[in-house]
Design a protein. Structure first.
Length: 312
């Protein structure tokens, strides 16, 4: 196919609509409660624009040429593929929320450097990588996928329930244990939707099935991290404002962004601990998104096909 034909085959309208829908929606979530009030005209307008663009995207994809459409919307009518899409959208939440916020915890509480805070993620990364490979090997050999989803979801719920309870006095061993458990659970079904979707889709649409799950993964991660970050910033800043009403908005934001260490050091020791406790409380609450994703995946897994399938 020539370059000109490839350019014509691109769904430019669909791509424009999905970019606009995601950007406006993520801006609404990210700005809500911090830059704009949740009930402000600006934030409501962003949510409305996102909703209208998603509706327009859906209409366009239904009526566009099936061969050139950006999103294989016809897969949504297939129960098995729809379940894999939803699992794919939520499965990455427990991994990326952990990767994003656990280093933040160590930087605030133990004043770890960025490098050391990243190194502390190794227990999670190691267990995640090991069980992702184990899942790919054993699931293909056994042919049964549902047990991996169920067991992994239960472990994700348990691990993130542990992380939900952390505070400034929580031991490193407790956090490492929760991260290992979370890595095992997430690894058991993180990439499974890609394999299962290829088996469920017709042979000529396998590449579309992979793209279908990729759409779910990318969109789900963006939304999950935006929600988690919004929870963190709103809870932390609201608590700090109540404790230190004399600080202006910029100073409060600098404390929660980690850039206000000098400002934190100027506070009395008691207030420093109170500010850190407020920030850690906010960090612990972001793991409710991972608990919710684990519960959602567990519920979805109960509706999966229980018959043996041939993977690979």
């Amino acid at each position: 196919m020539k370059i000109g034909e490839r350019i014509k085959a691109v769904d430019w309208i669909g791509n424009t609509l999905v970019i606009g829908a995601y950007i406006s929606g993520l801006m609404a979530i990210s700005f809500g409660g911090t830059t704009y009030a949740w009930n402000s005209a600006e934030d409501i307008a962003l949510f409305c624009v996102s909703g209208v663009l998603f509706i327009a995207l859906g209409i366009h994809q239904v009526w566009s040429n099936p061969q050139n459409r950006m999103f294989p919307v016809h897969f949504l009518k297939h129960k098995g593929l729809l379940i894999q899409f939803l699992v794919g959208a939520s499965a990455g939440t427990s991994s990326f929320v952990t990767i994003y916020f656990i280093p933040l915890y160590f930087q605030f509480v133990q004043q770890s450097s960025s490098l050391l805070a990243g190194v502390r993620l190794l227990p999670f990364i190691g267990s995640l990588a090991a069980f992702t490979m184990l899942n790919g090997h054993l699931m293909a050999r056994s042919g049964y996928s549902m047990p991996w989803y169920v067991t992994g979801s239960v472990l994700v719920i348990a691990a993130n329930s542990m992380l939900y309870t952390i505070d400034i006095s929580t031991s490193n061993a407790f956090i490492y244990g929760a991260m290992v458990l979370n890595g095992i659970g997430t690894g058991m079904f993180l990439n499974a939707p890609f394999a299962v979707a290829q088996w469920l889709a017709p042979p000529k649409e396998i590449s579309s099935a992979v793209g279908f799950i990729m759409c779910a993964r990318g969109g789900g991660l963006a939304i999950a991290l935006s929600i988690a970050n919004s929870i963190f910033l709103n809870l932390a800043q609201n608590r700090i404002r109540r404790m230190l009403p004399d600080l202006d908005k910029t100073q409060v934001q600098s404390l929660t962004s980690g850039a206000g260490s000098n400002l934190l050091e100027t506070l009395p020791v008691t207030q420093q601990q109170e500010v850190l406790a407020a920030i850690v409380f906010a960090i612990s609450r972001v793991f409710i998104t991972s608990i919710a994703s684990g519960c959602f995946c567990l519920c979805l897994s109960l509706f999966m096909d229980r018959k043996k399938i041939k993977l690979g």
